[in-house]
Each structure stands twice: as C-alpha cells, then as structure tokens.
Design a protein around this ligand. Structure first.
Ligand SMILES: Nc1ncnc2c1ncn2[C@@H]1O[C@H](COP(=O)(O)OP(=O)(O)OP(=O)(O)O)[C@@H](O)[C@H]1O
Length: 365
C-alpha cells in the first residue's frame, strides 16, 4: 500500500527531533531513508509503526490515517536492527508469531514466507542453527507473514559483516519484490541506499531534504550537503561564468562544464535539464558570474601523464579487483581520490597529471 507521511513533528523535551518530515512511498516500492546518525530516522520509523505519537502531522497507509491507531492495528511489519528472533522458538514458530493461532492457513503461510526469503525447509531449525544473514531473512519472513501494508526495516544489516551484507541485501530486496511489499529501509549507509532502493529520501536534522531515484539523488543533489553525503566528492572553490552561450566552472583542475547550463547553447537550444531552480547551479541560488563550490566524484578524475592537467603525486593505490582507488596530492595540497580500472599502472611516488571528465556539480555560495 502507498505510505504518505506529511509534515510530521516530534520533540523529546526541549529537543525537536522531527521538524516537519514528509515522505511518500509508492505501492510496491522500496524507499530508503538515508541520513547521518541522530538525524531522526528511527524516530520517523517508530512514528510510522505507532511506537511513538507525533506532535503534529499525518501518517497514511493505503489512504487511511493511522496516526491515532495502536501498532497492531496499522498493518505494519517490522524488521529490527538485529533480527531479534525469539531464541527459544523454531524458525517456523518465529515466522508464524504474528499469525492467528489454529488457523488452517497458518502452516501454509509460514512455508510460503520461508520460500519468499529463500529458506524453504528451514522451519525446524532453531535461530542459533542458522547464520546471521539467514536470521535476518527469517526476521523478514516474520514481518511479511501477516501481509502488512508496509514493511519497515531499521538498519537491518548492521550486525552483518561486510561481505555478507551485500548478498543479504540482494536477497532481502528480491524477497520484498516477490512479496510485492511497500517497504521503508532506514540506513546511514549511502551505498546500501543507492544499491537497494527504488527511491531514496535524504534526511537531515529532522526533515527529508530530497527525495528521488538513486540516480537522480547522486547526479542531481540539491545542495552541497546532499552531494557530499550521498557519495564521495572532492569539493573545490570555483567560479561560474557564461560566455558564447556556454557556462564554465573554473577551478584549480581547469575549466569544467557544469551539469546544468544557464545560457542557451551556440545553436540556440538550451541545454538546461530544467529540473529545478536556477540552471547552471545545482540547487537554489544565483548562477551568474558567481563564486561557489564544485563537487567532483571519484569516477570523474582521469589520471594521465605528468604535464597533462593538474600535477600531482600518487600517495596510495587501493586495489579492489574490479577497480582501484588512487589517492593523489595535487600541487596545491588538495588530496583527491580517483576511481580507476583495476589494472592501474600507477604506484605510490609516481608523478601524474589529473583531469576531470564529464559535467560537474556546481553550487553557488
Ligand atoms: N525517547 C527519546 N527520548 C529523548 N530523546 C530521544 C528519544 N528518542 C530519540 N531521541 C533523540 O532524538 C535524536 C534522533 O534520534 P534517532 O534515533 O531518531 O536518530 P537516527 O537518525 O535514527 O540515529 P541512528 O542512526 O544513530 O540510530 C537523537 O538526538 C536522540 O538522542
């Protein structure tokens, strides 16, 4: 079911934790609420679940206002941080916990949900007899069993080690999609949000500051704060200027092309993507001739021979197999981290030239 949270406010004593947070999750979508620790993510989730009462605002599930309803009347399933399975109950009894006792469909629904999460046949095991990732999938099966309108996942992969996390994420996403569930995942991990979710809502200081697809949030962040939180970026001072129908952002790595264009191009067409506010600049602000900041992504840096582009010294090469990260200190002292192919020819101590490819994010101010 569709979930709509509108202008929700919540204070604990004198601390205002939610300052008018709004969020919409389409039916069958998986939305990630992404924000730093303490920004109010869990409080928002607890308000949707009914464990906290908002001071103001509305929460609608499938069009029905649920703000006054207790948790058990909301049709919400919850996957807590560490699975929190009942250790003395078998996997099947954990999954069936929220189902009416004695119903003829109970056993069938338990098996169905175990199948959804890829654990058919595991019903008789005890929680300690399965892995941490499997325990999380059982927790998801338990949340899905009563067919909730919305499933809430609160940092569900925190307890898993990194290598396991990636595969469990895929499995959880696949199970949610198979179940056709509308789901909200709370996380502070941008990679998790970008790789798993259909939509990402970036949260900051008690409010959702930007909602969109993972690609749009990464490529078109509304301000420098979102740009640097959602993905790595090197931020440099820059000046935006327009000449001959084309905007240019000048910084110590040269004259670059901003992602948004203010001026009509030479052939008369306007290259602005028109998505919001003043073109030439990401987010609000005045573009013309302005100073501001440019945010450069690691994959935009190209390492070349010394003499081409800005000069720098390779400090470190991190090899990941499929790609590599090369840390370079530029002559100005700025440190950049470039994502390159895995077969990187550079070694610490090498001199290189650095250029930037592709349109860049520019923020006035
Ligand atoms: N019951 C409470 N009483 C008082 N303060 C609270 C309560 N619950 C949360 N807070 C405060 O509200 C703020 C937001 O907490 P919340 O847990 O919602 O943030 P979060 O973004 O989920 O953080 P994390 O990622 O660390 O879990 C924090 O400063 C926290 O201390």
């Amino acid at each position: 079911m569709k979930l709509t949270v509108t202008d929700v406010r919540k204070s604990f004593g004198a601390t205002e934790v939610l300052r008018g947070a709004s969020l919409t999750v389409g039916e069958g979508d998986l939305a990630a609420v992404l924000g730093p620790s303490g920004c109010g993510k869990t409080t928002l989730l607890r308000i949707v679940a009914g464990f906290e009462r908002p001071d103001a605002g509305s929460v609608r599930i499938g069009g029905r206002e649920v703000a006054g309803l207790p948790p058990e009347k909301r049709g919400v399933g919850i996957v807590p941080q560490e699975g929190a399975l009942f250790p003395h109950l078998s996997v099947a009894r954990n999954v069936g916990f929220g189902l009416p006792r004695g119903s003829a469909r109970r056993a069938g629904r338990i098996e169905e949900c175990l199948e959804l999460v890829g654990l058919a046949g595991y019903g008789d095991r005890m929680p300690h007899e399965i892995s941490g990732g499997q325990q999380q999938r059982v927790a998801l099966a338990r949340a899905l069993a009563p067919r909730p309108g919305v499933v809430l996942l609160d940092e569900p992969f925190n307890a898993l080690d990194r290598s396991l996390r990636v595969s469990v994420r895929d499995e959880v996403r696949a199970a949610l999609k198979r179940a056709g569930a509308t789901a909200v995942l709370v996380t502070h991990d941008q990679e998790e949000a970008l790789s798993m979710a259909d939509a990402v809502a970036v949260m900051r200081e008690g409010g959702i500051v930007q909602e969109g697809t993972p690609v749009s949030i990464y490529e078109d962040p509304r301000d420098l704060g979102v740009a640097t939180f959602v993905g790595e970026a090197v931020v440099l001072s820059a000046v935006l200027s327009a000449s001959r129908g084309r905007d240019t952002v000048s910084c110590e790595l040269g004259d670059l092309v901003p992602r948004r264009q203010t001026a009509p191009a030479a052939n008369g067409s306007n290259r602005s993507n028109g998505s919001s506010g003043t073109a030439g600049v990401n987010g609000a602000g005045d573009a013309n001739g302005g100073t501001g900041s440019v945010a450069l992504r690691p994959e935009q840096f190209v390492l070349r021979a010394p003499g081409e582009g800005a000069g720098g010294l390779v400090e470190r090469v991190e090899f990941f197999g499929h790609d590599a990260a090369v840390t370079v200190t530029l002559e100005s002292g700025i440190v950049i981290r470039a994502r390159t192919r895995g077969d990187v020819p550079h070694r610490p101590g090498d001199r290189v030239g650095v250029t930037v490819e592709g349109p860049v994010l520019f923020f006035a101010g």
